[in-house]
Design a protein. Sequence first.
Length: 285
Amino acid sequence: EYGMEKIDSLEKKDKELEFFRSAYHQEKASHQKCCNEKDKLTQDLIDLQAKLQTSYDEVIKKVGLELKQKQNKMDELENGVREQEEFYKAQLQLKNKEIEDLEKSKKQLLAQLVGIVNAVNKPRKRPRIDNAYQHSPTIRLPMTDQTPPSTGSDYGRPSPPGLKERIVSESGTINIMDKISVSKIDLLAEFVEIRNNTNETQNLRGYILRSISPSFEYEFQDDFILQPSGSVRIWSGHHNTNRNNPPTDLFWTSDSIWGSSKIKPPQVQLVSPNGTVYVYIFVNS
């Protein structure tokens, strides 16, 4: 009986040992599997790090190339700007030189015009007056076939105290300070425009409008009122005989005055009641 118990005890221990051996082999297989998975993950991590390093190097290289290209572009733009600055500086110098030359030419031209005006306005014999063109009861329209005298003494008034020039451009009279002025001339339409430059009514009685070449006169011998900032156009030429429409339009003579003028640029004289001669020179007409 004792021997049988020992045998049973040994068999029981053998079974337990077999169980532990089997469990050991399972644990060992599981551990090996975990090791294999760890090795695989480690390799994957190494591969991923290698890829990241490669991508990082490519990005750095690409970004560096783009930065270099942009820098080259900026250098080209800066060079272009410098070239443009030098070009425009040279152009500006040329324009300044042209302006200086034009200013000199302008002064010379004005000096010549002053000489012409002074020569034209030398005292002459009294012209023949033709009163055939009197189209308004408030205005007499004398016309001469010679250059009118500059002193006005033959008309019963004192000699003019002086002669004043006014330069007129397309935009109007430059630095005009006169109450009454010649503001416009149209060589083709054959009219001149007299304007009231004040905010008050102005009487044109005693004013004389003159052309130089050919020489004619238009004298306001009676009251003629210009409204504040108002104007009146004085027409001439055979095609404007129907233009007499006071107080905005007056007809002078059927002869061509301004279209046949020999003075270039055109000039119009306006003699004030006190004898002052204003010469209006239309430089862009």
